[in-house]
Design a protein around this ligand. Sequence first.
Ligand SMILES: [Zn+2]
Length: 277
Amino acid sequence: MNRRALIVSGAAFSLAGRARAEPPGLELSGRFQQGGFAIGRTRPRAQVRLDGEDVGQASAQGLFVVGFDRDGPPAAEIEVRTPEGEAAHRAEIAKGVFDIQRIGGLPEDQVTPTDPALLARLQAEARRKAEGFASRADIDDFKDGFVLPVHGFRLTARFGGQRILDGEPKRPHYGDDLAAPVGTPVSAPAGGLVSFAETGLHYEGGLIMIDHGQGLVSCYLHLSRVGVIRGQTVRRGELIGAVGKEGRATGPHLCWRLKWRGRNLDPMLLLGAQAPV
Ligand SMILES: [Zn+2]
């Protein structure tokens, strides 16, 4: 496994007041693989960059998260910067191991919709979902990792699976499918702000998104019941809804997804994660 803790340069941490003239420290822990993530600890509000791209500021506690896309490159350059200086770490990103044969539990491939009314509905839903993904709560509720959102499930499709039909790669499956009976309670795997909560979506049925801070947004698809509203704060383990088969689903399951600033991550990799101390 790729579970590592790195101490890159932590000399300045315990010196709080006197250390202000020193460059920021940078410590990282996480899963350095495609679909994985790193949690970083540095100086509060340090500017964070991933592969040269500005990805926001560390939290008031100096924590941040970066994600490594399923199809991302084999290395990641993580940098933090304050007026006093900078620190950087280049991490090797292991290739993800994905099921590229056949995925159970996914909807049949559907024909591209042409009905104007359906197209308009899908566009409107896509706009609202994009707003949910764009949520950027100033919190760091990712710092203790995730717990499972459902108990007593069967894992029927893993993150990253992909079918290749007649040599044509289909869109990868960006979630973990946790099969469980309709009505099985779904709870928040970590605290956060509910950035989307609707029922009746064409593809997803009942859909909830939770913003855990620093651009990390988890998603819960096909719910039969949505028990939270947008703008609500939830705590780890708090009941948010129930498993269903709403939208385009072949059977009852929770499709659990995770995005970080547009990158697709595997939510299972966050289980038991911890910020560097
Ligand atoms: Zn799924």
